[in-house]
Design a protein around this ligand. Structure first.
Ligand SMILES: *[C@@H]1O[C@H](CO)[C@@H](O)[C@H](O)[C@H]1NC(C)=O
Ligand SMILES: *[C@@H]1O[C@H](CO)[C@@H](O)[C@H](O)[C@H]1NC(C)=O
Ligand SMILES: *[C@@H]1O[C@H](CO)[C@@H](O)[C@H](O)[C@H]1NC(C)=O
Ligand SMILES: *[C@@H]1O[C@H](CO)[C@@H](O)[C@H](O)[C@H]1NC(C)=O
Ligand SMILES: *[C@@H]1O[C@H](CO)[C@@H](O)[C@H](O)[C@H]1NC(C)=O
Ligand SMILES: *[C@@H]1O[C@H](CO)[C@@H](O)[C@H](O)[C@H]1NC(C)=O
Length: 751
C-alpha cells in the first residue's frame, strides 16, 4: 500500500518498480472454485470443481477432470494474461497424456503445445506434484512462449483421453532462477563450454587437465536470443586440450570428463562429390522466417490431405487420417503458398492430385451415422461422423458414394490449374502414396491400386503436369514404405503378372519405355518415402542406441536392418535384409533408367523431442550429402527450437551453410554407431565439418590430417545442457578436436 501523503516521490518510484518487476500472482483455481474472472470453456470433459477423492495440502477439495480423446479442460479469463512469467499447478494422475497450450479468443490463435511429459515424467496418481511452466523457456523446446493476446489455458488430453486432478493453479508474476551451472564441457581444441542459469560467477571457474591447472586466456558469455534463461560462457584455454582427466570446477560444483586418445583420420580434399542443395528440405515450413532460420532449400506441399485438394475452391479432405471429412485447406491457396515459399528462397514441390475426385466443400463427410450406424470410432467433435471402418477395423460396405463429399477431378483440370499458377513450382509429385489409396482414401478409391493403375495415373498426370509447365521436374511414385517399393496392394499375383518383376524396378523400366514413346522424360526423380522401421518407441538406452545406429540403413550395404525388413522379403531384391537405401536405388537406376534422380520426399528422425532425434537428423543430412541423394523433404515441420530443427540450423541456419561439395574423411576404425563425420568445401574453398557424437557418456576426440589449423566458426547443440543451440568462434588445431557426448558440432573455416 502506498502512503501518498508522507512519501509522495518515493511512492511513485516504488509503484513503478512493482509494475515492472513484481506482478502479483493471479489465482485461477483454488479452494473448490475458479477464481473471479475465470470461466469454464471446456469441451467433452467431466469436471468436478470440488472433488474430495484426492486433495492437496490443507485445501479440502481439488479439481478432477476426465477428458475424452483430444478433449480439454479449458479456462478463460476475462482479460488477457500475456504479461505473466509462468503457470504453476499441482497435478496428480497416472502420468496422464496431456498437453497444455494457450489460446487467444480475439485472434483465434493458439500457442505451441507443451507436453506434460516434458515437464515431468513422474506424475503420481496418489500425490500432487507441483509443476511450473516458465514462459521464457518452455519445457521441451526451451523456446519462449510466443506473443499473443492469450486469455485461455487448455489442458488437452492426447489420443487416449486423460483423467487427473489439479489444484493451486496460478499464473505467477515473477520467477526467480537460482544460479546453476548446468553443464561444463570440452569443445573443439581449446574451448570449455559452460552453460548456466541465473547469475553465475564465470571468473570462479577453474580447469585442470591430469591434475595440472590450465590457464584460461579469455572468457565470453552470451544468452542466445532463442534460449533465454540459459547462458553459455566459452572459456578459451591458453593451451590445447589433450587426452586424460579433465576437471572443470567452480566452488563446490565440479564436472569431470575423460578425454579419450585421438582417433586419427584424413580429410582428402581431392575426393569430391557435389552435394545437391535440395537435400535440406521439409514439408510445410511455417513461415519465411522459418525458411531462413533453418536454411530450408526445398518445401513440399504434401501428405495424405493433399490427394483431395481442390485447387479451384481450396477445400481438402485428409481421408482416414481424420474421419474422411472435408475442410478448408489450412495451408491456403496453392498459388499463394508457392509465392511466399519461393520468395523466401526455397524451391517448392507441389503435389498434383491423381485420383478421380477432390473435395467439393468445407463440411461434408463420407460416413454419417445415419447411413452407417455401426462404426469403429466417431469424431469426438462431430458424433455423426465415423471413421469408415466396421467395429472390427475392416472397410465399411456398401461403398459410399464419392459424390457425397467429392467432385470429379481429371488431367485437364490439373493442366488448367497448373497453367493458371502465377508462381510456378520447380517440382511436382504425382499424388502421394497412392498405392495405399484403398486404405487412406477408401471412400473415393475402395479397390486396391495395382501396378498398372499406378503407372497409368503417374503417366497421365505427369503428361498433364508437363503440358502446363514444360520444364517442371516430376517426382513419382512416392510409395510409403519398403513393402510397397517392391509390390502392390494386390500382392504377389500382381508381381507375377508383371514378369515377376518387383514394383519399382518395373516402374522404372516402364517410365524409360514411355520416354521413348513420348520423346521426353515423364519421370525426373524416382521418389520414395522412407521411415526407419526399427522399433525405438521404448525410448530406453537400448532404443536410443538403436535409433542412432539405424541411419546405417541409408548407406551401409553390410548393415542388416534391425526390423521386419527382409524377414519375409516379398521381393526379388539381392541382400533383402540390408536396406542400403541410397546405394541400392542408385544401382537400380543405373541399371534400368540412367540419369533418373533419386529423392526422398518423406522421412523422419522418429523422435522430434529427444536429443537422439536431433543427432539422427544431423547424421542423416550428412549421409544424404556424402552419398549423393538428389532431394529430400522431412515429414513434416520440425520445431525450429527442437532437436530436429536444430540439426537443420546446424547445417544451414541463418545463411551460414555447410559446403556444397562433399569431401572424403577417412578415419581408421570409425564406428558409425558412435560417430558420424562429414566434410565439405564451398566455392571459396572454405572447409566445413559436421561431427555427430552418438555416445551418451563419452566425448569423442579426433585428429584430422588435412584439416587446416586456424580460426573456425563453431555451432553446436546437445551435450550436458540438453537441447539448445549455441555458436562462437574458436581456434582449431587439427591435432586434437573434441566433441562432447550426445552432441553435434558444425565447424567452418574462417579466412
Ligand atoms: C464445463 O464446461 C463444459 C462445456 O461447456 C461442460 O460440459 C461442463 O459441464 C462444465 N463443467 C462444469 C463443472 O461446469
Ligand atoms: C514479444 O514481443 C516483444 C515486443 O515486441 C519482443 O521483444 C519479444 O521478442 C517477443 N517475444 C517473442 C517470443 O516473440
Ligand atoms: C531470465 O531471462 C530473462 C530474459 O530472457 C532475464 O530478464 C532474466 O534476468 C533471466 N533470469 C535469470 C535469473 O537468469
Ligand atoms: C475432365 O472433366 C471435364 C469436365 O467434366 C471435361 O470437360 C474434360 O473433357 C475431362 N477431361 C478428360 C481428360 O477426361
Ligand atoms: C522379364 O524379366 C527378365 C528378368 O527377370 C528379363 O530378362 C526380361 O527381359 C523381362 N521381360 C520383359 C518382357 O520385360
Ligand atoms: C566470429 O567471427 C566473425 C568474423 O570472422 C564475426 O563476424 C562473428 O560475429 C563471430 N561470431 C561469434 C559468434 O563470435
Amino acid at each position: 500500500m502506498c502512503r501518498l501523503r508522507s512519501f509522495g516521490a518515493l511512492c511513485i518510484l516504488t509503484t513503478l518498480v512493482r509494475i515492472v518487476h513484481a506482478l502479483d500472482d493471479l489465482n485461477i483455481y483454488q479452494n473448490d472454485r475458479l477464481s473471479d474472472g475465470w470461466e469454464n470453456w471446456s469441451w467433452n470433459t467431466e469436471i468436478d470443481f470440488a472433488a474430495t477423492d484426492l486433495i492437496s495440502g490443507e485445501s479440502g477439495t481439488s479439481l478432477s477432470a476426465k477428458s475424452d480423446e483430444w478433449a480439454a479442460l479449458s479456462l478463460r479469463h476475462r482479460t488477457t494474461f500475456t504479461e505473466y512469467a509462468g503457470l504453476r499447478f499441482d497435478i496428480a494422475g497416472a502420468q496422464p497424456g496431456v498437453q497444455i497450450f494457450f489460446q487467444s479468443t480475439s485472434e483465434d490463435t493458439q500457442s505451441a503445445s507443451i507436453l506434460l511429459s516434458d515437464i515431468s515424467d513422474a506424475i503420481s496418481p496418489t500425490e500432487f506434484s507441483s509443476l511450473l511452466i516458465d514462459f521464457k523457456s518452455l519445457p521441451g523446446s526451451g523456446a519462449p512462449l510466443a506473443n499473443g493476446t492469450w486469455d485461455r489455458i487448455a489442458f488437452q488430453a492426447l489420443g487416449s483421453g486423460a483423467s487427473y486432478h489439479l489444484d493451486n493453479v496460478v499464473l505467477v508474476g515473477e520467477i526467480t532462477i537460482a544460479p546453476e551451472i548446468i553443464s561444463a564441457e570440452p569443445l573443439a581444441s581449446n574451448t570449455i563450454a559452460v552453460t548456466t542459469k541465473g547469475e553465475v560467477d564465470i571468473a570462479s571457474i577453474a580447469v585442470k587437465l591430469n591434475g595440472r591447472p590450465l590457464r584460461i586466456s579469455s572468457r565470453t558469455t552470451y544468452s542466445p536470443p532463442d534460449t533465454p534463461n540459459r547462458s553459455i560462457s566459452y572459456l578459451s584455454l591458453a593451451s590445447s586440450l589433450a587426452s586424460g582427466a579433465l576437471e572443470i570446477s567452480a566452488g563446490e560444483t565440479s564436472f569431470k570428463h575423460t578425454l579419450p586418445r585421438v582417433q586419427r583420420g584424413i580429410v582428402n580434399l581431392e575426393r569430391r562429390l557435389p552435394i545437391d542443395p535440395h537435400i535440406y528440405g521439409v514439408n510445410w515450413p511455417k513461415s519465411a522466417q522459418y525458411i531462413h532460420q533453418l536454411g530450408v532449400t526445398l518445401s513440399r506441399w504434401g501428405g495424405n490431405a493433399v490427394s483431395a485438394y481442390n485447387p479451384f475452391d481450396h477445400f481438402t479432405n485428409a481421408g482416414s487420417d481424420w474421419f474422411f471429412e472435408n475442410r478448408v485447406a489450412e495451408n491456403g491457396k496453392s498459388d499463394d503458398w508457392l509465392g511466399w515459399i519461393q520468395s523466401a528462397g526455397s524451391d517448392a514441390i507441389m503435389t498434383v492430385p491423381a485420383l478421380d475426385w477432390v473435395s467439393k466443400d468445407a463440411t461434408s463427410y463420407s460416413y454419417p451415422r445415419t447411413l452407417y450406424p455401426e462404426q469403429q470410432r466417431w469424431n469426438p467433435y462431430n458424433p455423426d461422423s465415423g471413421n469408415g471402418r466396421f467395429p472390427d477395423g475392416s472397410n465399411l460396405t456398401p461403398h459410399t458414394d464419392p459424390s457425397r463429399v467429392y467432385t470429379h477431378w481429371n488431367t485437364s483440370m490439373a493442366t488448367r490449374w497448373l497453367s493458371s499458377l502465377t508462381n510456378k513450382p520447380k517440382f511436382a509429385t504425382i499424388d502421394n502414396e497412392i498405392e495405399i489409396a484403398a486404405h487412406t482414401h477408401s471412400d473415393m478409391h475402395p479397390d486396391p491400386v495395382s501396378y498398372d493403375e499406378e503407372l497409368d495415373r503417374v503417366t497421365r498426370f505427369a503428361l498433364a503436369t508437363k503440358a502446363a509447365i514444360p520444364d517442371i521436374k516430376v517426382l513419382a511414385p512416392s510409395p510409403c514404405s519398403w513393402w510397397f517399393y517392391w509390390t502392390s496392394q494386390l500382392g504377389w499375383d500382381d508381381t507375377a503378372a508383371h514378369n515377376n518383376t518387383d514394383f519399382l524396378p518395373w516402374f522404372l523400366q516402364s517410365m524409360k519405355d514411355l520416354e521413348g514413346k513420348h520423346s521426353k522424360r515423364l519421370l525426373d526423380y524416382l521418389d520414395i518415402h522412407y521411415y526407419f522401421q526399427p522399433d525405438t518407441s521404448a525410448e530406453d538406452t537400448a532404443a536410443k542406441a538403436l535409433r542412432l545406429r539405424m541411419t546405417r540403413s541409408l548407406w551401409d550395404t553390410t548393415y542388416n536392418d534391425e526390423s521386419w525388413i527382409g524377414t519375409d522379403p516379398q521381393s526379388h531384391q539381392p541382400n533383402p535384409r540390408a536396406v542400403s537405401l541410397i546405394p541400392r536405388f542408385k544401382q537400380l537406376i543405373k541399371e534400368i533408367y540412367p540419369d533418373t534422380k533419386l529423392s526422398v520426399s518423406e522421412w523422419s528422425s522418429t523422435n522430434e523431442n529427444d536429443i537422439t532425434g536431433g543427432l539422427v537428423t544431423a547424421d542423416v543430412l550428412g549421409i544424404f550429402g556424402k552419398y549423393g541423394l538428389d532431394a529430400a523433404t522431412y515429414w513434416a515441420t520440425p520445431n525450429e527450437m527442437g532437436p530436429t530443427g536444430l540439426a537443420y540450423w546446424l547445417y544451414r541456419g541463418y545463411g551460414t551453410f555447410f559446403g556444397s561439395t562433399s569431401v572424403q574423411v577417412n578415419i581408421a576404425g570409425l564406428n558409425p554407431d558412435i560417430l558420424g563425420v562429414y566434410a565439405a568445401t564451398d566455392d571459396r574453398r572454405q572447409l566445413s565439418v559436421v561431427i555427430v557424437n552418438k555416445d551418451p557418456t563419452s566425448a569423442a576426440s579426433l585428429s584430422l590430417a588435412g584439416l587446416p589449423t586456424g580460426k573456425y566458426f563453431i555451432r553446436h547443440f546437445g551435450g550436458g545442457a540438453g537441447i539448445a543451440k549455441w555458436q562462437t568462434n574458436t581456434t582449431l588445431s587439427s591435432e586434437y578436436i573434441v566433441v562432447p557426448s550426445y552432441s553435434a558440432v558444425f565447424l567452418q573455416q574462417q579466412r
